[in-house]
Design a protein around this ligand. Structure first.
Ligand SMILES: [Zn+2]
Length: 206
């Protein structure tokens, strides 16, 4: 725990000073250009892999970078309300869904239900990726590693489709007023692949 407190001191003495003017500039107002939807995984660090600064990214993180389909509800909708706020109030210009290698959430799709019995909310949450699991099973992939990255990549594409169930996103997208991107981040190499909608595949960013 002490390392967290030491971290604040280092932040105050080094990083904050380095970006002092920026922090002053953004102190009363944020104008992020991008809504970044990523996995909660500790190894995925949105500002690091995009080399962005405070104020640039509005971030939603959850298990397996999932986008719940559009609905209005009396429930407390964390991801859905953050999407709404980012698009309607902050008027972000780009929505980016970023999946990653070795995703525990994606792997859990193929676990026996008993293995997840002590995390019932996680199990429920992952139902949002059920269509991904169905499509992957239909492919009959025998190689586990291949199934893993196929699942992680297909999951990103599925979430891009979920974004278009939001009427206000669909209309902005069809008017060309908002970009929607799907990325796949490889933890062990640092490589990031961008989904090419025409080629229907991921292409390395370089
Ligand atoms: Zn993950």
């Amino acid at each position: 725990m002490q390392l967290l407190f030491d971290g604040v001191k280092k932040f105050n003495n080094i990083d904050f000073l380095e970006h002092k003017l920026l922090f002053e500039k953004i102190s009363r107002n944020q104008q992020p250009h991008t809504l970044f939807i990523g996995c909660s995984d500790s190894r995925v660090v949105p500002s690091l892999i995009t080399k962005t600064l405070p104020g640039d990214l509005f971030v939603i993180r959850n298990i397996a970078n999932l986008v719940p389909p559009y609905r209005i509800s009396d429930d407390f909708l964390a991801a859905t309300s953050a999407i709404e706020y980012a698009v309607k109030m902050l008027e972000i210009k780009t929505i980016l869904v970023c999946g990653h290698s070795n995703c525990g959430g994606c792997n859990a799709l193929f676990m026996a239900p008993e293995a997840l019995s002590n995390v019932p909310n996680t199990q429920k949450w992952l139902q949002l990726a059920a269509p991904v699991k169905e499509k992957i099973l239909a492919m009959n992939i025998t190689n586990v590693a291949q199934r893993e990255w196929m699942t992680e990549q297909l999951n990103v594409v599925e979430q891009l489709n979920h974004l278009l169930t939001y009427p206000y996103i669909a209309s902005l997208y069809s008017a060309g007023s908002i970009d929607i991107l799907g990325w796949y981040y490889l933890i062990e190499t640092g490589e990031v692949y961008n989904y090419d909608k025409t080629k229907k595949g991921f292409v390395k960013i370089e």
